[in-house]
Structure formats: structure tokens, C-alpha cells
Design a protein around this ligand. Structure first.
Ligand code: 13P
Length: 250
């Protein structure tokens, strides 16, 4: 049985005021049936950890990690730094980083390994553009991004969370239908089973991301192979985020 997860990706949004509001909202959240994760911008990780203490059960994560462990890499943040600030997870290979920061599959794999060296759980994002979907190339694109990670082998993949985020559904208000999401999630699980065995594939958490809102979350999370969500815009509203967490409760 896979435990659902709801993860908020604030992207480059938020403020200390939001840190405090979110802290109040999440203080008493019940994480027994749903793993709750918040990934704020780097400067807010420390303040958010103080506002939502570790004992609350709410996990924190970074939105990116350097492929290097330390050194002369101005502007980069190392996995060990995230871990020291109380993070347990880190988003890797988000489509915005793939598109705007030229992150190739090779870079994504390096970052997965860097995160694991620091003891963090990487949340690896995959997803196709609208152009690729319209060309009927969804499985080709998602398959290529997934294979880069599956090639790391079962000992690595069993430590990961995957997020399917169709690029055309991110921040557009155009959500994948539950059928569209389920079809790609089932494809990901089957490809994982083919590469690494059914037992691992059945344990592999696969989140959906792309315009998840309180109004559509329950339907999406009800799909057999959707194990929760990676939430962008709607994770900036504490009440809405709580509603989405409730929608993931089995
Ligand atoms: P939205 O929920 O704003 O569409 O963003 C999804 C996303 O990219 C989460 O990582």
C-alpha cells in the first residue's frame, strides 16, 4: 500500500508572512495517512522549519540541488546544506529547470545522486510539452526521462519519488483529466516494472502535478496509479493546501 503524498512547490513565490501563515495552518495537520511536504525557496527553509517543527510530521524540501557537494559554484546549494536545514526531500528536474536552466537528463541523474549522497529523497519530475503530446510523443518523452533514472538501478530507484508533470498543465489552469493522468502514471509504473520488477514498481510513489486545485484534487488522487500531488500555485494558499491534503486521505 503506497502512502499518498501532497507536496507544495512554492517556486519563486512567498514571503516571511506566508511562512508564518503556512506555519499556523500546518501546525496541527494530521500526517498519519498523508505525507505532507513543503518546498519553499531556499531562504525560507530555516524560518519555515521553525514555524512548522519537525515533530509536526510536515517534511520540508528544496526545489533544486547542486550536482556538486561543495566548492566554487556561486549561487548553488548543496544537498548537505538542505539536509542540515531540516530538509528530507528535494525536487529534481522540474520542467522549469529543464527548460530555463538547460538541465539535461544527465544533469538530472547527477542531481539525483547528489541528493542521495546527502540523505535526501529526490522527487524527480518528468513530463511532456504540449507539442510532444500533440505529436503523439508523450510516452517517448516521458519514457526517455524515466529511463535515465531507471538506469541507476533498483537500489537507487527504491529511494525516489517520481512526479509526472505535463508541461502544458503547469500554471495554465489546464489540468490533465484523470484519464490522461492515469494513462501516463500506468505507463510509468509498467515501464518501471519492466526494468526493475513488479515488486519495486508497485512501491514506487508517482505524484501528479499540473494545476491541481482543491476542486479537482480528489478526482485526480482517486486514480489507481496517482499517489498524490506536487502542487504549485494552489500550495501558496494555506486553506486551499489543507483542502488538497484532505483530498489525498484514503
Ligand atoms: P501548478 O500547480 O501551479 O500548475 O504547478 C505545478 C508544478 O509545477 C508543481 O511543481
Amino acid at each position: 500500500m503506497r502512502k499518498p503524498m501532497v507536496a507544495g512547490n512554492w517556486k519563486m513565490n512567498g514571503s516571511l508572512a506566508l511562512v508564518n501563515d503556512m506555519g499556523r495552518a500546518l501546525a496541527g495537520v494530521d500526517c498519519s495517512a498523508v505525507d505532507v511536504l513543503v518546498c519553499p525557496p531556499f531562504p525560507y527553509i530555516g524560518p519555515l522549519r521553525r514555524a512548522v517543527p519537525d515533530e509536526s510530521g510536515v517534511a520540508l524540501g528544496g526545489q533544486d540541488v547542486s550536482r556538486y557537494d561543495s566548492g566554487a559554484y556561486t549561487g548553488e546549494v548543496a544537498g548537505a546544506m538542505l539536509a542540515e536545514m531540516g530538509c528530507r526531500h528535494v525536487i529534481v528536474g522540474h520542467s522549469e529547470r529543464r527548460a530555463m536552466h538547460a538541465e539535461t537528463d544527465e544533469v538530472v541523474v547527477d542531481k539525483v545522486q547528489a541528493a542521495l549522497r546527502a540523505g535526501l529523497t529526490p522527487i524527480v519530475c518528468v513530463g511532456e510539452t504540449l507539442e510532444a503530446r500533440d505529436a503523439g510523443e508523450t510516452e517517448q518523452v516521458v519514457g526517455r526521462q524515466l529511463d535515465a533514472v531507471l538506469d541507476l538501478g533498483g537500489f537507487v530507484v527504491e529511494k525516489l519519488v517520481l512526479a509526472y508533470e505535463p508541461v502544458w498543465a503547469i500554471g495554465t489552469g489546464r489540468t490533465a483529466s484523470p484519464e490522461q493522468a492515469q494513462a501516463v502514471h500506468a505507463f510509468i509504473r509498467q515501464r518501471t516494472a519492466d526494468a526493475l520488477g513488479d515488486e519495486l514498481a508497485q512501491r514506487f510513489p508517482i505524484l501528479y502535478g499540473g494545476s491541481v486545485k482543491p476542486g479537482n484534487a480528489r478526482e485526480l488522487f482517486g486514480c489507481a496509479d496517482v499517489d498524490g500531488g506536487l502542487i504549485g500555485g494552489a500550495s501558496l494558499d494555506p486553506d486551499g493546501f489543507l483542502e488538497i491534503i484532505s483530498a489525498a486521505r484514503p
